[in-house]
Design a protein around this ligand. Structure first.
Ligand SMILES: [Zn+2]
Ligand SMILES: [Zn+2]
Length: 390
């Protein structure tokens, strides 16, 4: 795999993160190879930064730069997708997905069509180390609420960065330095930094896929992806167990999901993000930042949490004490169970496909819910409401 980034005298002009041993990028005023940003090709010093993955032994490479007359014409304008039915009180979306702007097997349009079929209302496109697909997604699928994004894809871990339109330079990071500063810079600029698939298999199977940065451990992150792709994979089980360990230690880390879809379609068991319905991307971003979310295969829950300090949203911090949770669930597969976690203690009960229940809980540290399918696979997981003992 080769990842080469292009830097013009004015800054980042895209990256090609793809399998194979030979890559070509065309760059013009109106059009560029997916992964790269069209615009004026200005005179001055340009940089080509080449990173390789999964290369055994010593090898050599060559960079050839040519100036061409007459680039391919811009592609014919494609008709935007039809608008979708309005969601209910909660909407479903994907915060981690890829297209041919990096190494995926489908185009932005094909992703948007699949997202429409799945009933998604919001999308954050997170191609590897590039933001170039964002403009195309906005043009083709204006009915989706969108957040700009990319997946920082480095030699020591991956992280999705959402809500910022600037490229994030990762090339100076090493295993010990720089990552915490980068994450803080993203958060302080109003963005969202989520450690992705922290327990994926790493080097040499997938260089950088496991999170091994020492200066930003999952316990120090604001958001941790605990559901990456289809649920039933060892790295998800490990990530969820680790997240519960962090809650037990008193850490307030928000759980995140992303399908990490690379085409040709979403898979059964993919984890999406549910959040209260809004038509405003700034509100969407703030809800995600606050953890007012649950992770699920489909929208299936509505909660009304009342605490001594008032009504609570998922992700918020409330006064400890007696809490009342009005819970409504709908459209579940048959035979599911509801797991109610309060301060690390779990109560399990069967649930019908549709139902309503009032839970009277005494919460001193945190509370969350899970819905599990028969056999134990995760169907939904809420972020906690935290209790403040002070
Ligand atoms: Zn990744
Ligand atoms: Zn990814």
């Amino acid at each position: 795999m080769i990842n080469f980034s292009l830097l013009s005298p004015q800054g980042f002009r895209g990256a090609g993160h793809r399998h194979g041993t030979r890559h070509e990028a065309l760059l013009g005023t109106e059009w560029a190879t997916p992964g790269f940003l069209p615009g004026p090709v200005t005179p001055g010093e340009w940089e080509v930064v080449v990173h390789t993955h999964m290369v055994a032994g010593v090898t050599w490479g060559e960079v050839v730069v040519e100036s061409l007359d007459g680039l391919p014409p811009a592609l014919p304008t494609q008709k935007p997708l039809e608008s979708q039915p309005a969601p209910g009180p909660w909407m479903l979306g994907d915060l981690h997905c890829h297209t041919d702007h990096s190494d995926a097997r489908w185009t932005v349009r094909e992703l948007a069509e699949a997202a429409t079929r799945r009933g998604l209302s919001f999308l954050a496109l997170t191609d590897h180390n590039t933001i170039s697909g964002s403009a195309e997604l906005t043009r083709l699928a204006p009915t989706f609420l969108q957040l700009p994004g990319l997946e920082l894809t480095t030699f020591y871990g991956h992280a999705t960065v959402l809500g910022l339109t600037e490229y994030q330079d990762w090339t100076e990071l090493d295993a010990l330095h720089g990552t915490r500063e980068l994450a803080e810079r993203v958060v302080n600029s109003g963005g969202l930094f989520t450690i992705a698939h922290p327990f994926s298999e790493g080097d040499p199977i997938c260089t950088g896929c496991a999170w091994t940065y020492f200066d930003l451990r999952p316990s120090q992150a604001t958001h941790l992806e605990v559901w990456n792709g289809a649920w039933n994979q060892p790295h998800n089980l490990q990530a969820l167990a680790h997240w519960y360990d962090l809650l037990a230690q008193g850490r307030r880390v928000i759980a995140a999901a992303g399908t990490d879809v690379h085409g040709p379609d979403y898979a059964v068991g993919d984890g999406f993000t549910c959040t209260p319905t809004t038509t405003d991307s700034a509100t969407l971003l703030s809800q995600l930042q606050a953890g007012n979310t649950y992770l699920a295969r489909a929208t299936c829950l509505e909660l009304d949490v009342q605490t001594p300090s008032g009504a609570a949203t998922l992700g918020s911090v409330q006064a400890a004490g007696p809490w009342t949770v009005q819970l409504h669930w709908h459209s579940l597969p048959g035979g599911c169970e509801l797991r109610i976690n309060t301060d690390g203690t779990q109560v399990v009960q069967p649930v019908s496909e549709d139902g309503t229940q009032t839970l009277e809980l005494h919460v001193e540290r945190w509370f969350n819910l899970e819905i599990r399918l028969p056999g134990g696979e995760l169907y939904a997981l809420t972020n906690p409401v935290w209790a403040n003992l002070i």
